[in-house]
Design a protein around this ligand. Structure first.
Ligand SMILES: [Zn+2]
Length: 278
């Protein structure tokens, strides 16, 4: 699933192709509401940026396209005439400029809105601080995670709540919790302030590392290895205990964790009984 770091990379890929260029042709297809892309034909693109898991493409006439990829969406850039790597029927949005074609495949959300309305626009307005941002507001992120309404949530759910902190999806949820030694079923309320701050810092470090941004010591780390994500049933890379997996959360995703490195603590909700791979 595309997370904040992927969107940051998509923005970096699209920016040199679109910024400053005039949109020569644009089309959009369902399923779902189809934006009136003819309004941006003949207009110059003024910027491309990511905000949490959203990609925003701005135009000189004050309009902006917002795309949200959810599980399967992706952005491709092609030279004119180059064959596409996905079938045309999956294209949700096609933008043509002089030298290139930008295609969005399978995004459930593509909408055209007024740039000045973006700040008040619900999916954007409600976002917590973006972990990848250079001027990330850690205190605000902490305050949002600490909100009483989130105290009873499991941390595995809360860390992906984009209204608390923006950018973490299923992959970085797994990896952050492993590195911090926290069992995914612990509630936010059971974590002390220091642990919660360390968790936010680790999530930020991993996401930034993934896009080649400097970490806490101004060192650009290598792309991180996956310690637990998508490794159920395999041995923990640290302690060799077999990793467990269970369903978790409102969206019912699978969560994998190391029973030894991320121990269950007294009084916490228990992971549901369910599939234990091998
Ligand atoms: Zn372990």
């Amino acid at each position: 699933m595309p997370e904040g770091d992927s969107l940051f990379r998509f923005a970096n890929k699209l920016r040199p192709v679109l910024e400053g260029e005039v949109i020569e042709a644009a089309r959009s297809h369902g399923p779902g509401p189809v934006p009136r892309v003819q309004l941006i034909v003949g207009k110059r693109c003024t910027g491309v940026r990511s905000q949490g898991k959203n990609l925003i493409i701005s135009f000189e006439n004050g309009l902006a396209l917002r795309g949200h990829l959810r599980m399967y969406g992706t952005w491709h850039v092609y030279a004119k005439g180059e064959p596409w790597r996905k079938p045309e029927r999956e294209a949700r949005l096609v933008l043509e400029v002089a030298e290139a074609v930008v295609v969005n495949f399978s995004a459930p959300v593509i909408e055209l809105i007024e740039e000045r309305a973006l700040a008040a626009h619900q999916p954007i307005a409600g976002l917590g601080p973006d972990l990848i941002d250079d001027d990330f507001d850690a205190a605000e992120a902490f305050a949002r995670l600490r909100a009483p309404s989130r105290a009873a949530l499991t941390i595995g759910d809360a860390i992906m709540d984009q209204r608390a902190i923006a950018g973490v999806g299923n992959i970085w949820k797994h990896e952050t919790l492993f590195h911090c030694g926290i069992n995914p079923w612990r509630t936010v309320g059971s974590l002390d302030d220091e642990t919660l701050r360390a968790l936010i810092a680790k999530a930020r470090e991993l996401l930034r590392a993934s896009v080649g941004k400097p970490g806490p010591d101004d060192v650009v780390p290598r792309r991180p290895t996956m310690w637990v994500y998508a490794r159920p049933g395999q041995p923990c890379r640290r302690c060799f205990t077999r990793l467990r997996m269970n369903r978790q959360g409102v969206d019912i995703r699978y969560t994998t964790w190391c029973p030894k490195c991320q121990p269950i603590v007294e009084g916490q909700p228990m992971p549901p009984e369910g599939p234990r791979r091998r």
